[in-house]
Design a protein around this ligand. Sequence first.
Ligand SMILES: [Zn+2]
Length: 378
Amino acid sequence: MYDVLIKNAKLVSGEMTDIAIKDGKIAALGTITDVTATRTMTLDSQVFVSAGWIDGHTHCYPNSPIYNDAPDAIGVTGGVTTVIDAGSTGADDVDDFAELAKACQTEVRALLNISRIGLLRQNELADKNDIDLPLAKQAVERHPEFVVGLKARMSGSVIGENGLAPLKSAKQLQHDCGCLPLMVHVGNAPPTLEDIAVLLGKGDILTHCFNGKPNRILTPEGKLRSAVKDAMERGMLLDIGHGSASFSFSVAEQSIEQGILPDTISSDIYCKNRINGPVFGLAHLMSMFFTLGLSHEQIIERVTANIAKALRLETKGQIVIGCDADLTLYEIEQTPVTFTDTEGDTRTGEQRFAPLAAIVGGNLTLTDRGHTHHVFHS
Ligand SMILES: [Zn+2]
């Protein structure tokens, strides 16, 4: 007896499978007959099933005074099964956040801000006294499941007069914490992206990778900066982190044309850019990548397997027996859709990802569209 049985699941490859779930895990795949389940869903040929979508850069600590949201508002409500909060909390508030996260339908994980105060202020790395490595290490050790990595926001407005010192501290902490993944934000210089990239490599994720600020990954001539290229060759990953100010179609198009693709697609979402745009939700940004030439499969990979691998979420990001029963059910809707980047440029597309449901550890949450879909009323 299974808890959930999904019949006729269409995978992104077009392949069909049944998926059985028991005790929060994927228990069987393939053609499953002669078994019973507490809940059986028979899908139609329009509905795709992928591993649960993971948004690798969000802000969803509800008590942050500047960038906050409710995890479920950016998670299961939009078909996203796991949200990664990128540094809203540091050592001071991570306990509170971990406690709040337990009550959510969405799986919540955190990248610990290397500043103990997290996003209590915009310039959390401007006061050296807030970078307390032993305190941060203890916070990591208190939350071996919840804290999956570290976050350092390396832009002029955040670091004040501290130059590269916060990044050097972040690398030290990363080393002291078993080489946890480190997400580094780039914004306005100083420091320059070259100076940042020299320190990055395997295990590091550069977020806001297609930002349109002068401190972008491309030179004024449109070539990839050599320091960034070298860091990528050492294993540094590129993450979108669209947000309210960090995504340029022009940079994205010039990069993708040269074969520089993001490794992961994330939103940098919080309540304001969710409600007023330009982010709206992960599905919206995933759809935007159709207009940038990525395939359905390439887009799904970037919000499932790639981000799970980058953050070492070993039981997530794939549909494999024994993995967490985190799945996203969605359609590809043919409809005109307009996307606006953070420079005010727009592009139009003809199709979009339309999430119907998120299944987290076997528990189903329908999106608005899912609520009215016939598949869930049989
Ligand atoms: Zn962010």
